[in-house]
Design a protein around this ligand. Structure first.
Ligand SMILES: *Cc1c(COP(=O)(O)O)cnc(C)c1O
Length: 429
């Protein structure tokens, strides 16, 4: 397998792009070597510029839930393109997508579309403060909520991979209202409520996906919602990763919890830049032009992106692939655990539907601290063997893997063969 063209583009890219990437998670910082450059993708496969083909478990970090270039999505986007790219005025498609979204999330009467998950969350936080009139926000260590200043502390994968505690360039003032709690530890949240009376809200990834996959234990979300309610704070569900992925109604549907404010991204645009935040009327009425909380966007509700979102969600609802995801996911999980056992490698796998990943540790991972017991050098060896055997994974121990509904039995065979080779290589370290 040759990576010559990727290497050449990487060298060229270094001149005018930072690290030759436009998002640090795409750099191969923790696995070594150079990032791959992609030429195209179709269905469950992605193809690099050297012509190497991979089963894609990155899926653009989540959005491509139907696989790449699904026919109906491509058709809808092309059709929208013909009518113009952006108008600075409302279009019917925005209403259509809003209906689909509010129908899927019972806690959302109204929604506002933005261009990314980061924007969705920073607006959701502003809304929590506008609604409650309070300033402080509790976040969980290991949860990532986009790259806004206020939440860029103890923020999971990207930072963990680069061994950064937080980001430079974030002034102290920007995080002075951010409190950190431990995932799956209600007492660590209670402590903050005991100490402060100006907590506007608690933000959480209802299923952790940015410290590797971490699943809420023993009604953690339900208890968290109750705790928020008791203390006059709102629960903000950052479902940018889990929305439409865990279930059509997100992790909230699976866990039986209704958040006060929900943030969406990734799958909602099916690969086009769409983010959204929404809540019940009483909360959303604080947003301009109805209320005094300002939030705007030149390209928000972009007609091509809306068409991409509508067609993706319509097709997703039609396919209803969540049982299929469970079936495929459990196969992949079994393959990983069997190979680890066979080659005597410490491995712990977490999976929530179509989101999963192995941790190279013998510790059961339920929070960020436990995730960090993973052997990242083992992951690096595993990663490259998987690449060389035709499986594209995120280049970090702390990123979730994603499944698409385009995944086939043949892909699973490829995955199984690659996994056995990779685990053997790890066992020889
Ligand atoms: C990806 C992600 C974000 C940020 O979304 P962007 O579109 O990358 O800005 C926020 N929160 C969670 C949970 C995410 O997974």
């Amino acid at each position: 397998m040759s990576f010559k063209k990727s290497e050449k583009l990487y060298q060229k890219g270094l001149t005018h792009l930072v690290g030759a990437v436009n998002s640090p998670v795409r750099a191969f910082a923790s696995v070594g070597g150079n990032p791959l450059f992609i030429k195209k993708a179709k269905g469950s496969k992605i193809i690099d510029v050297d012509g190497n083909e991979y089963v894609d478990l990155v899926l653009s970090y989540g959005p491509m839930i139907l696989g790449h270039r699904h026919k109906s999505v491509e058709k809808a986007a092309k059709k929208a393109l013909k009518n113009g790219y952006s108008f600075g005025a409302s279009t019917e498609n925005e209403i259509t997508l809003a209906e689909i979204v509010c129908d899927a999330f019972p806690g959302m009467d109204k929604v506002r579309f933005v261009n990314s998950g980061t924007e969705a969350v920073l607006s959701g936080i502003r809304l929590a403060r506008a609604f409650t009139g309070k300033d402080k926000i509790i976040k969980f260590s290991g949860c990532y909520h986009g790259h806004q200043d206020a939440l860029l502390v103890a923020a999971g994968s990207g930072l963990a991979t680069l061994s950064l505690p937080g980001s430079k360039g974030v002034p102290e003032g920007a995080v002075k209202n951010t409190l950190i709690a431990e995932y799956n530890n209600l007492a660590s949240v209670q402590t903050h409520f005991d100490k402060y009376d100006d907590i506007a809200g608690v933000i959480i990834e209802p299923v952790g996906g940015n410290m590797g996959v971490v699943i809420p234990q023993n009604n953690f979300l339900k208890d968290l919602k109750e705790l928020c309610k008791k203390n006059g704070a709102v629960l903000i569900a950052d479902e940018v990763m889990t929305g439409f992925r865990s279930k059509f109604g997100g992790a909230q549907e699976v866990l039986g919890v209704e958040a006060d404010i929900t943030c969406l991204g990734k799958v909602i645009g099916g690969g086009f830049p769409v983010g959204a935040y929404g809540a019940r009327n009483e909360i959303m009425e604080n947003v301009a032009p109805l209320g005094g909380m300002y939030q705007a966007g030149t390209l928000s509700g972009n007609p091509i992106a809306m068409a991409g979102g509508i067609s993706t969600l319509t097709e997703l609802k039609r396919q209803n692939p969540y049982e299929f995801f469970d079936e495929m996911g459990s196969k992949i999980e079994t393959i990983l655990l069997d190979a680890a056992k066979k080659y005597n490698v410490d491995l712990s796998v977490n999976r929530f539907g179509s989101m999963m990943n192995p941790f190279f540790t013998n510790v059961k991972v339920t929070n960020f601290e436990q995730a960090q017991t993973s052997d990242t050098e083992k992951f690096a060896v595993f990663f490259w063997e998987m690449i060389k055997n035709g499986v594209f994974l995120p280049p970090s121990q702390f990123e979730a893997w994603f499944l698409s509904s385009a995944l086939s039995k043949k892909d699973i065979k490829i995955f199984e063969k690659a996994t056995n080779k990779a685990m053997l290589a790890v066992s020889k370290m």
